[in-house]
Design a protein around this ligand. Sequence first.
Ligand code: C5P
Length: 232
Amino acid sequence: MGKDVIIACDFSSAEETFRFLDRFTGRKPFVKIGMELFYSEGPDIVKKIKARGHKIFLDLKLHDIPNTVKKAMHVLSSLDADIVNLHASGTVPMMEAALEGLMREDGTRPLLIAVTQLTSTDQEHLEKDLLIEKPVQEVVMHYAKNARKAGLDGVVCSPLEAAAVHASCGNDFLTVTPGVRFADGDLGDQKRVMTPAAAKEAGSDYIVVGRPITAAEDPVAAYERCVRDFCD
Ligand code: C5P
């Protein structure tokens, strides 16, 4: 897979999601399905969007004991998503078990990527709540290396970390980066952001873009602007 723009379809119903996707006549954008849509519509929503011809990043961020994650990944694998994810803080054995669970009988599997540290976790919470005293950047790089060691395909990270992740884990190790905003756009609740063009420069492989596309007056034009700035 090459560089691509993934639209975060943070809607709470299938109806709303399909109404949104119907605007893209002749285009089949890569779609991210998160917990909100998955929990409200159930696993079938993945198959339905896939049947419409979209690639899917299923963003459910699994984190449990290795055996449970392995079995859950086995179920998710049958939904035919292209990318699934988990929390790297679940440890290397959990990530290895997840990979085993994802493998289909025919030897294929979705790509598996790891969340390092959520961008909502800052240094203060790392130290006070989690008793992790290392700098957050160091923790992110350590978790990325663990994911690489476990055999995963990449990480979810900030575009600001993409270059460092590639430097320590290799250029073929995927960086999937949310926190993308147009220079003239609203930040919303995102703090550490980059434009699509800057994310391209930083070496992101995939940008995940939600509200700058879903809340735009013309979502198709906003998506095409992202593709032009990031992929071309
Ligand atoms: O609307 P916006 O572009 O901020 O959406 C970004 C998407 O990426 C959301 O679905 C959000 O949950 C997700 N995400 C994020 N930061 C992370 C991991 C996921 O913004 N660290």
